[in-house]
Every structure is written in structure tokens, then in C-alpha cells.
Design a protein around this ligand. Structure first.
Ligand SMILES: [Zn+2]
Length: 312
């Protein structure tokens, strides 16, 4: 069991998560973020939108003038529980679920040109200098348009940040070493899809707003190349999820019919590896495995020129 990863005191391992909404960091990969923070890594978060399209009951709006303000307060709470070193907001507007009118709002993340978003992410990669980056899988986990948009921008930024001519800014070029996509194990999703009807739930209409088609998501086949066991910091993930009270506070993680499933299998978070290309059949237990900490070697500097294309 992977209970800790020891980083020597003269190193500065840095992990960057690039996500879309306040709560993605807790409901999704919060265990991994807390685990690496606990191990001594610097863990940073980029959050692309303010989460304006999340439903919020009026009782949770007391003392707040906007949904984005409320959700930022929840994100700050969660960041403290997870031990994050920093949270950077990109300032886009939540686009809402596929087909919603909000997709076309001029400030929505989905209406922003890919190069504009990629330039922002590139700037923060050069500023924070992470060795390892995590974002969503090519279908954004459950086909949320913002998840897909920020995933594409992050892939482009990962491939551009070491090229001074790409998205030039006032920072030196920098090459991160690994890029992971957070993804659910398909066997797990298929098990949930089979169990849901037994509890009177329709898997094609799941989620808080019944707008997530788990059936179609379970049919996508993504490999699991890495698995992080965060059982030692499980409570941090629960506490961070509880910060997002306006979004249910992670009740699905902790209570109800599916609470026991998450407890049983939820001590691990799983990833597919975009770069370096994974070795089929081999599953990593540490996202920093093989990572060089310190000034980049010549080989690292040029490595991503051979990076595979995004295959979404
Ligand atoms: Zn999200």
C-alpha cells in the first residue's frame, strides 16, 4: 500500500492541477492533491471558471452577492483542507451543461478561443514550474463542456510551454515532465451503472441535475496507467468536499446508497498518462515516479517535441 512518498528536503516537487469549477478539485482528485501536499510537494490549482451555473439554494446565499463569490469561498475552504499552496482563477464564466443557453455567453469558457485559454495556462506553467500536471480526460469525465475545454487548453499548454515562441510572455520557457488525465476505472463505472436501477435510479439521467448520462460514459474505454492510494489522507478529501455545501458537500462521497461503494473503492484515484506515453500493462503508483527534480536536463527540454497528439 502506497502510504507515503518521501521527497528529500532539498527538492521541490511541484504538482499542478488544471480544472474547471470550484469543487472539481475536491469531488474529483482531492485525495491525490491532499496526498502529495501531505508528502511535502507543492500542490497548485488552476480553476478556469467561477462555477456560476451551479444550482445554489437561497439559504446558501446569505452574506454573498453572487454565486461565484459563494463558490470561491467554498473553494478557499477546500484548498485549506487539501493543503494547496495556491489557487489561481482564470476568470471565465461557467458554461453549464451541453446545449444550455449559457454555453454561448460571451464570457463562457466554451466561447473563449483555445489559444487564448492555452496562453493563460502556459503562463502559469512557466510561473509555477510543476514537474507533473493533472487535468481531465478527453471527455471531461462526464462530458461537461468546460472540462473538455480546459483539458484541450492544458494539453496545448503542456506542448507549448517550453517553446519561447509559443504564447510568449515575460517568463522563461519551461517543460513539465508528465501530464496525466484524471479518469474513472471503467469496471467501476459499469458496476455503478448496473447497480443504479436496483436502487430506482436511472443511470442515463444521473447527477444532481439529472443531466449526466453514465451509460454512455461507461462505454468510453480509457486505460488506467496510474493509481494513487490516498487512504492515509481520506479525511482531507471528505473535509474538502464538505466545504462545497452549496453543491451538496460531497454527500455522494459520504452518505446514501453509493457512499459505501465510494468508501470501499474510493481510497484510490486513477489516471491515464498522456505524456510520457504509457507502457501498456504497467500501472504506476506514484505520479512522480521517474521525475527529475531540479534544473531540467537537455533531454527533458526537448522531449515533448515527440509528444503524441491529443487523441480526443
Ligand atoms: Zn466541474
Amino acid at each position: 500500500m502506497n502510504t507515503s512518498v518521501n521527497f528529500s528536503s532539498d527538492t521541490r516537487p511541484t504538482l499542478l492541477a488544471v480544472l474547471a469549477h470550484p469543487d472539481d478539485e475536491s469531488f474529483g482528485i482531492g485525495g491525490t492533491l491532499a496526498f502529495y501536499a501531505w508528502c511535502g510537494a507543492e500542490v497548485h490549482l488552476i480553476c478556469a471558471t467561477g462555477g456560476e451555473m451551479g444550482d445554489i439554494d437561497p439559504e446558501h446565499m446569505n452574506g454573498y452577492t453572487s454565486k461565484a463569490e459563494r463558490r470561491k469561498a467554498e473553494l478557499n475552504c477546500a484548498a485549506a483542507k487539501l493543503g494547496l499552496a495556491s489557487v489561481t482563477m482564470l476568470g471565465y464564466r461557467d458554461s453549464g451543461m451541453p446545449g444550455a443557453e449559457s454555453n454561448r455567453h460571451p464570457d463562457a469558457l466554451t466561447t473563449a478561443p483555445l489559444d487564448e485559454v492555452a496562453a493563460k495556462v502556459t503562463h502559469h506553467i512557466r510561473r509555477l514550474r510543476p514537474q507533473v500536471i493533472i487535468t481531465f480526460d478527453p471527455i471531461g469525465g462526464y462530458r461537461h463542456p468546460d472540462h473538455i475545454a480546459i483539458q484541450r487548453a492544458t494539453v496545448k499548454a503542456f506542448q507549448s510551454s517550453n517553446d519561447p515562441a509559443a504564447y510568449p510572455d515575460d517568463l522563461p520557457a519551461y517543460q513539465p515532465q508528465k501530464l496525466y488525465f484524471s479518469t474513472f476505472p471503467r469496471w467501476f463505472l459499469r458496476t455503478v451503472v448496473r447497480l443504479m436501477p436496483l436502487f430506482g435510479r436511472d443511470p442515463s439521467r444521473s447527477g444532481r441535475n439529472q443531466d449526466i448520462d453514465l451509460l454512455s460514459i461507461a462505454m468510453e474505454d480509457f486505460p488506467i496507467d496510474a493509481e494513487v492510494d490516498f487512504w492515509s489522507v481520506y479525511q482531507c478529501k471528505e473535509d474538502a468536499a464538505a466545504c462545497h455545501r452549496s453543491q451538496g458537500g460531497g454527500s455522494m462521497l459520504m452518505h446514501g446508497v453509493f457512499g459505501w461503494i465510494f468508501k470501499l473503492f474510493g481510497g484510490r484515484e486513477t489516471f491515464m498518462r498522456f505524456y510520457p506515453p504509457p507502457t501498456p500493462g504497467r500501472r504506476e503508483r506514484d505520479l512522480f515516479a521517474g521525475v527529475h527534480i531540479g534544473p531540467p536536463t537537455k533531454r527533458e527540454s526537448s522531449a515533448v517535441e515527440n509528444s503524441p497528439n491529443n487523441n480526443d
